[in-house]
Design a protein around this ligand. Structure first.
Ligand SMILES: [Zn+2]
Length: 272
């Protein structure tokens, strides 16, 4: 059917006024398809079209991506049953806000698609549980606010493709060698207090400036670029994580590895 030869006409509309003082609006109407000679080809209520579109969107067949956060996409479904990995979002004082599964990240785009789960290798998951238990005792009502967990290499490739050739490329590991996130041994996180407020750490997550680097904290405090409170907040997070057995990445206050990266790369497999 050539579109140029057909027209959609709104016919038999009914005007109703439903609010006092408001102009009438179209309550019901019918869509008619006529060919270039004006001959009737199809006629159906507009409501049927609207309902079909709503049904499509609701079923997800028309939506750009699924919002189902309870299970990973089919290619990664095995993570849910593999005993080497655990979804840590069930820990009561852990709040998962996967930034790459939203547009709230330095790329301003969702690169995770349908992948919304926070999986970690069971060794890392166990250490996170320890940190969460310790937080519960020290700061009841506070939460570990998690930004990133296991990142499959397929996602790392997408991420790298976006930054390749830009000034952001040095901040994203080349998928050929892999990031510790690709093994499920790294986690990016912050803290939320009992009122649900994200703690001020001096910079946001994925702020790739020297101000984010733990190894420069002392000089920035002395220079007045970081406040005592911001340093204190980082210390609370760091103490929890180090006591639970994590290793701090010296250039990102939010990034922790569950084991030294050399050991991870030698002993474990990348999640593709
Ligand atoms: Zn990280």
């Amino acid at each position: 059917m050539s579109r140029a030869k057909f027209q959609l006409l709104l016919t038999r509309h009914h005007l109703r006024t439903v609010l006092p003082g408001q102009p009438p609006f179209v309550l019901k109407c019918r869509v008619t398809v006529v060919d270039h000679n004006g001959h009737l080809r199809m006629r159906f209520p507009l409501a049927a079209i609207v309902m079909s579109v709503i049904a499509c969107v609701h079923a997800g067949s028309w939506a750009p991506q699924s919002n189902d956060k309870s299970s990973p996409p089919p290619a990664l479904a095995w993570l849910s049953t593999d005993q080497n990995f655990a979804d840590v979002s069930d820990i009561s004082n852990v709040k998962v806000d996967l930034r790459y599964a939203s547009e709230n990240n330095f790329l301003k785009r969702n690169v995770y698609g349908d992948f919304h789960q926070c999986f970690l290798h069971r060794i890392a998951a166990e250490k996170l549980r320890k940190a969460a238990t310790e937080l519960q005792e020290e700061k009841p009502g506070w939460k570990l606010l998690v930004f990133d967990c296991l990142r499959p290499r397929s996602v790392q490739e997408k991420l790298f493709a976006v930054v390749k050739g830009t000034t952001q490329q040095p901040y994203v590991a080349d998928p050929r060698s892999g990031s510790i996130h690709n093994y499920g041994f790294a986690i990016d996180l912050s803290l939320e207090d009992e009122s649900g407020r994200e703690l001020d750490m001096g910079t946001g997550f994925d702020d790739f400036t020297p101000l984010s680097q733990p190894n420069h904290e002392r000089e920035y405090l002395e220079a007045g670029k970081l406040t005592k409170d911001q340093i204190e907040h980082r210390f609370i997070l760091r103490n929890l994580m180090l006591q639970a057995g994590f290793v701090q990445l010296p250039i990102e206050w939010w990034h922790y590895d569950a084991l030294p990266k050399e050991e991870v790369k030698k002993r474990y497999k990348i999640v593709e």
